[in-house]
Design a protein. Structure first.
Length: 103
């Protein structure tokens, strides 16, 4: 079993490598980023993310995402928190918020 890895390779970027065959991806202050995914994780990872987006179709929301470490981020609200609950009730995730949004 591969342990999930969430890290910030550069200011304003978080990459997530969840393992277990799930799509590796990178995110910026706008949400999931195909370009940053390719830069930091490679073309194969970018292709997997694109396939995931196509499969989701119109229901895909690139600005709201939950990472493999259990932190959810909302690019529109510019905040991250632990868990999938509403951010008003979740525990803030300051490391992730600062890495993505600088605050």
């Amino acid at each position: 079993m591969t342990e999930p890895t969430t890290y910030s390779p550069h200011a304003g970027v978080i990459c997530d490598e969840p393992g277990e065959g799930l799509a590796d991806a990178c995110f910026d202050r706008y949400g999931i980023s195909l370009g940053l995914t390719e830069v930091y994780l490679g073309h194969t990872a970018q292709d997997r993310v694109m396939a995931m987006i196509k499969e989701a179709g119109d229901s895909f929301n690139s600005s709201l995402f939950t990472l493999s470490d259990g932190v959810t981020c909302d690019a529109k609200r510019r905040k991250c928190w632990h868990g999938r609950a509403n951010p008003d009730y979740g525990t803030p995730a300051p490391r992730h918020t600062k890495a993505l949004f600088g605050s």
